[in-house]
Design a protein around this ligand. Structure first.
Ligand code: FAD
Ligand code: FMN
Length: 580
C-alpha cells in the first residue's frame, strides 16, 4: 500500500521514502507517528501559516561536475545542499556519467568544472566534454545555466575548461542566468559566494518554503574526517641509490590520535614550507631583507614561487614599471613567464617596492597531494608517502619544487608535518574476486603499494598484475623488496618492469605491456580492472593509446572498434586513472 499520494507536498523521491516507511508500518506505529508529529508541532509553539496555494513539487536543478581530485565534486554537493534548502530539487551528476541528451530536458543547469593537464578536461570527463563540444550536442534553448570554473593561475590555460563549457552552453541556446566565476586554488570563499548567488538566481519566485524539508533520521553516508592533522615523521628514506640522479623519499607518517580513515587510492594533502634560502634571495632582490615578519610569512604561508600572468599584471599596476607594462602591452608576457618564477620578475624588472605590494603579488601557499602508499590494514595508524624531489634548471637558475624539496631536504625523522586526507572514491579497489592490472611508473606506483598491502591483508581471490618503470634497475627500483615479497606471498600475481636507461633504446611501461598484450586482453575480457597512476602529460596518454592498439591487434578490431573497447572499459569504470 502507498498511503502518501503523489500530490503530497514532497519531492518525488521523498514520497517514495515516506511510502517505504509508512506503507509498511503497523497501525500502532502509524498512530504513534501521527501523535508524535502533532505533538512536535504543538510543542514548537510556531504558528504554521496556512499555505496560500497548494504546494507544488520542487523545481528541478541539474548539477553537473567535471572533477579529477574531488574539489568540483565537493562543491557540487555543497550546491545541492544549498539548493535543497531553497526549495529546489537538485540532481548531481558526474560529467563522466552524463548522457548529453538528458541535458536538453533540464530546466536549470549548473556546471562546476575543473581544468587539468594543460587546459584539458578532467580525465573522466573527456568523453562527455568532447561530445558537448561536438556537432551532435543537443540544443539547450531556454535552459537557464551557470558555470563555476576551478583552476590554478599558475597554468597558462587558467580555467580553460570552465570557460569553454560556459561559452558552449550559451552557443547551444542556453540562457546564462549567473556569470561564470574563475577560481584559483584558494577557491573556498569565491566558490561559496558564487554558490549562494547561483542558488538565489536559479530559484524561481515562491519556490522556497513550499517544500517541507524532512529529516528521515537516516544516517548520512559516513565520510572520513578531512581535517588538517599533525603527523610525526617516523621514517625518511631515499629509495634511489646514491648514484641515481633522482631522489625519491619514502616518508612514513605516524598519527598520535589515530590515522585519518584513508582507503587505498586516497591521497594526503601535505602542507609544506618554502625554502628559506629562496625567500632570503627574493627579499634581498626586493630590498626587503630586514623585514623579519614578511620573511616568516613568506616561508610559512605564501606562494612565493608561482609566476602567473595575473602576478605580472598586478606588478605592473602596483609599481607602474614601464618595461613590465610594455611586456604586457606587446602580448609577450605569457611567453616570458614560462619556466620563470616570481624571483625572476623582481630581479629582471627591479623597482622600489614595499612589503605590502610584494605580498600582494603572492597567493596563499597551497598544499600538495601525495598518493598514500600504504594500507591501514597492514600499517595501522601510519600512512606512507612516496615523494620525488622536483629539481630542474631554467633561464640560468637552479629551481626546486616547493613541497617535494621541503620533504626531501628539510623534513627529518622525529619532526612533524601537517596533512589532510583527500579521499578518492574514483580510484578504489574492486570486489575481492576481481583481477586488477596496475600501471604505475615512477611515483605512480605509490597507490599500488597500498592496493597490494590491502589485498594481502584481506586475502582476496582476484589476481594482481603490476607494471612498473623508472630509469635504471640498479638505482631506481622503488620498493623493490616489497614487490619481491608480494610476489612470493601471492599478494602480487605478476610484475613487469621497464627501465628506460638500461638499454640503448628507451623502454617504457607501455612497451612492456604491448609485449604482454595477449594476456592483458585476456585478463580484461575476464573482467579485470585497469589502473593507471603517475605522469599525466605523456605516460597516461601513451598507455591508453597502447591499450587501444593491443585491443586492435589481439582481437583483430578496426582502430575505431578498438577505441570503443577502451571507451566501454571507461564507462564500466574498469579503466581508472589518477594522474598528475
Ligand atoms: C592526486 C595527486 C597525487 C600525487 N601523488 C604524488 C606522489 O605520490 N608522489 C609525488 O612525488 N608527487 C605526487 N603528486 C604531485 C605532487 O602533488 C606535486 O605536484 C609535486 O611533488 C611537485 O610539487 P612541488 O611543490 O615540489 O613543486 P612546485 O613548487 O609545485 O613546482 C612544480 C612546478 O615546477 C615546474 N616544473 C617542474 N619541472 C619542470 C621542468 N623540468 N622544467 C620547467 N618547469 C618545471 C612546473 O610548473 C610544475 O608545475 C601528486 C599530485 C596529485 C594531484
Ligand atoms: C596536474 C595538474 C594539472 C592542472 N592543469 C590546470 C590547467 O591547465 N589550468 C588550470 O586552470 N588549472 C589546472 N590545474 C588545477 C586544477 O584545476 C585545480 O587544482 C582544481 O581545483 C582541481 O579540481 P578537481 O579537484 O575538481 O579536479 C591542474 C592541476 C594539476 C594537479
Amino acid at each position: 500500500m502507498s498511503p502518501i499520494p503523489k500530490t503530497a507536498p514532497f519531492a518525488e523521491e521523498e514520497i517514495d521514502l515516506l511510502n517505504r516507511v509508512v506503507g509498511t508500518a503497523s497501525p500502532v506505529q502509524r498512530a504513534w507517528l501521527a501523535g508524535f508529529l502533532a505533538g512536535l508541532d504543538a510543542s514548537s509553539a510556531v504558528v504554521m501559516p496556512h499555505p496560500a496555494a497548494p504546494a507544488r513539487p520542487a523545481e528541478p536543478l541539474t548539477i553537473v561536475y567535471a572533477s579529477e581530485s574531488g574539489n568540483s565534486e565537493k562543491l557540487a554537493g555543497d550546491l545541492a545542499k544549498a539548493a535543497r534548502k531553497n526549495g529546489l530539487k537538485p540532481t548531481v551528476i558526474d560529467m563522466a556519467d552524463l548522457e548529453l541528451s538528458a541535458l536538453a530536458s533540464a530546466k536549470r543547469l549548473v556546471v562546476i568544472a575543473a581544468t587539468w593537464g594543460e587546459g584539458e578536461p578532467p580525465a573522466r570527463a573527456v568523453r562527455t566534454y568532447n561530445e558537448l563540444m561536438g556537432e551532435g550536442a543537443p540544443r539547450l534553448d531556454g535552459i537557464e545555466f551557470g558555470v563555476l570554473a576551478l583552476g590554478d593561475t599558475a597554468y597558462a590555460e587558467f580555467c580553460a575548461i570552465g570557460r569553454k563549457i560556459d561559452e558552449r552552453l550559451a552557443a547551444l541556446g542556453g540562457k546564462r542566468a549567473v556569470d561564470r566565476v574563475d577560481c584559483d586554488l584558494d577557491f573556498a570563499e569565491p566558490a561559496a559566494r558564487w554558490i549562494g548567488d547561483a542558488v538565489k538566481v536559479l530559484t524561481p519566485p515562491n519556490a522556497g518554503g513550499r517544500v517541507i524539508e524532512v529529516d528521515f533520521g537516516g544516517k548520512p553516508a559516513v565520510s572520513p574526517s578531512t581535517d588538517v592533522v599533525e603527523a610525526e615523521i617516523i621514517e625518511h628514506v631515499d629509495l634511489n641509490s646514491s648514484r641515481s640522479d633522482k631522489e625519491t623519499i619514502h616518508l612514513a607518517l605516524s598519527f598520535e590520535a589515530g590515522s585519518p580513515a584513508y582507503e587505498p587510492g586516497d591521497s594526503l594533502d601535505l602542507y609544506a614550507e618554502n625554502d628559506p634560502a629562496y625567500v632570503d634571495e627574493l627579499l634581498k632582490i626586493a630590498g626587503l631583507a630586514t623585514d623579519e615578519k614578511l620573511r616568516a610569512d613568506f616561508i610559512k604561508s605564501r606562494d612565493v614561487t608561482t609566476l602567473s600572468l595575473k602576478t605580472v599584471e598586478t606588478y605592473a599596476a602596483s609599481t607602474g614599471h614601464q618595461y613590465v607594462k610594455a611586456l604586457l602591452a606587446d602580448g609577450e608576457a605569457k611567453e616570458w613567464i614560462v619556466g620563470r618564477q616570481l624571483i625572476d620578475l623582481i630581479a629582471t624588472f627591479p623597482i622600489a617596492i614595499d612589503a605590502e605590494k610584494l605580498r600582494a603579488l603572492t597567493r596563499p601557499l597551497a598544499p600538495r597531494a601525495y598518493s598514500i602508499a600504504s594500507s591501514r590494514r597492514e600499517v595501522g595508524d601510519e600512512a606512507h608517502l612516496l615523494v620525488s624531489a622536483v629539481r630542474y634548471d631554467s633561464h640560468g637558475r637552479a629551481r626546486k619544487g616547493v613541497a617535494s624539496n621541503y620533504v626531501a631536504e628539510r623534513l627529518k625523522r622525529g619532526q612533524h608535518v601537517r596533512v589532510k586526507l583527500k579521499p578518492n572514491r574514483h580510484f578504489a579497489l574492486p570486489a575481492p574476486d576481481k583481477d586488477i592490472i596496475m600501471v604505475g611508473p615512477g611515483t605512480g606506483v605509490a597507490p599500488f603499494r597500498a592496493f597490494v598491502q590491502e589485498r594481502r591483508a584481506t586475502k582476496v581471490s582476484g589476481r594482481s598484475w603490476l607494471f612498473f618503470g623508472d630509469r635504471t634497475f640498479t638505482h631506481d627500483f622503488l620498493y623493490q623488496l616489497d614487490w619481491q615479497d608480494a610476489l612470493k606471498d601471492g599478494a602480487l600475481t605478476r610484475m613487469d618492469v621497464a627501465f628506460s636507461r638500461d638499454t640503448p633504446e628507451k623502454i617504457y611501461v607501455q612497451h612492456k605491456f604491448w609485449q604482454r598484450r595477449a594476456d592483458l586482453i585476456e585478463w580484461l575480457d575476464g573482467g579485470a580492472y585497469f589502473y593507471v597512476c603517475g605522469d599525466a602529460k605523456a605516460m597516461a596518454k601513451d598507455v591508453r593509446a597502447a591499450l587501444v592498439r593491443a585491443f586492435a591487434d589481439v582481437k583483430s578490431l578496426t582502430p575505431e572498434a578498438a577505441e570503443q573497447a577502451v571507451v566501454t572499459l571507461e564507462r564500466e569504470k574498469r579503466y581508472l586513472q589518477d594522474t598528475y
